[in-house]
Design a protein around this ligand. Sequence first.
Ligand SMILES: [Zn+2]
Length: 333
Amino acid sequence: MGFRNIIDRLFNSFFKDRKTLPQSTIDPYAQKVESIDDLELAKFFDESLTPEMEQAMQNYTNNGGIYNYPLQTVISEQHTIEIAKKFFASIDPEISAKINDIIDGNYPEIQLVMKPYDGKEESNVNSPTPNNKPLRVFVPIRGDLRQLYELVHELTHTLDTENGDTTTRKILGEVAPQCMERMLDSFLLGMTDEEIKKYGFDKYILEKDIKDRRITTFISRYHNAQALNNRRGNRTLDSRYMLAQIYSAHFNKFDIESQKNKIKSFIDCVRNDDFEGANSVLGIQINRNNRLQREFHIRETIEEIRNMLFPTVETNRIDKRKSKDIERNIEEH
Ligand SMILES: [Zn+2]
């Protein structure tokens, strides 16, 4: 067991035994994370998953990977970069300028390394550590759409590093990259037929890949919540990833224009260590005293994926009505 794990274990057992701590004896990270009681959120999360959902999720975990579940859309490195640049340009000019500089090698403090996937997972668990410069951002080239998601995800991590790894970043540092991935979903789905043709994509496969990416990400985050609830793993990391799922589920409810404004303000808050501001930008009320809202956020998180795993009754009804309309039209004409 590594030193870090021992510290985490001690940290975890300390919190397990004492839910409320005298504020003066703990560090700012512990204070903030205690204020949202991440362990209780993990408990809600873990207990809210239905056996049917667990069953349906097996289809994804049996395939070898979770986050690394292969996608069917093939993409070149050049197109990956081109689409990432276009995507960030659609979000915000300032963000786009920085990302372009990083990609083009004109940003000395941050070095982007894209290299063929060598079987080592270390290459994609490399949130930049802001205290070492230059930051190195690794993106493995896997030959499919995953590398575009990874590029967008890792580049987003570089947007809030200027003040080091702030307390807010330690807690909410995975939120913006995951929200950005969901905005990439919308961007890809909004591509014109011409663009889709240019990149050699297939619309049906693209839609399936986007759905698979969302589900496999959820599964991975759910495992973080489980680890947290069972007091194993690395509490700090598990907490960050679980919160990314909860926050992004709420973020996904906003329309695209609001998302663009909110993601930028949110990143500013994380960079400036404004924890309350970050929550308020996204309209998240997750403080430990706010039980109803906390339960609402978890329900929203689970519902989103349940609707993707199972076609809802409502959707079925609409489909049936549609097919009736079609039948009627055929009869009438
Ligand atoms: Zn990340």
